[in-house]
Unconditional design. Structure first.
Length: 100
């Protein structure tokens, strides 16, 4: 339950150590680690509209990616790329996000 999860996180601290502990105890589902990292990257690198730059960019830079050379290249779980003009209209309330 929640108390055991808190104890494991408090003792092991990092995701890699937590996964090793769960794996050795036989308590980790087969695809849990991969699913965790996809969720982690999705939240960390979600696309946001930067008002000062007027661009759609990841919240945290994606190291080793080709995002600067090809703006349509992103990890597939981040969704489709939204053009900056469309994102600006959504941010200003001129365009409904579902109507893009």
């Amino acid at each position: 339950g929640l108390k055991l999860a808190h104890k494991i996180v408090r003792v092991h601290r990092t995701p890699a150590k937590i996964f090793n502990a769960l794996r050795s105890a036989g308590r980790m589902p087969p695809d849990f680690e991969e699913t965790f990292w996809i969720a982690f990257r999705t939240f960390r690198h979600q696309r946001v509209f930067c008002l000062s730059k007027g661009l759609v960019e990841p919240l945290w830079p994606i190291s080793g990616s080709k995002q600067n050379s090809d703006e349509n290249y992103m990890w597939p779980f981040l969704g489709i790329h939204i053009e900056s003009n469309t994102a600006r209209e959504i941010a200003e309330g001129l365009l409904h996000p579902c109507k893009k």
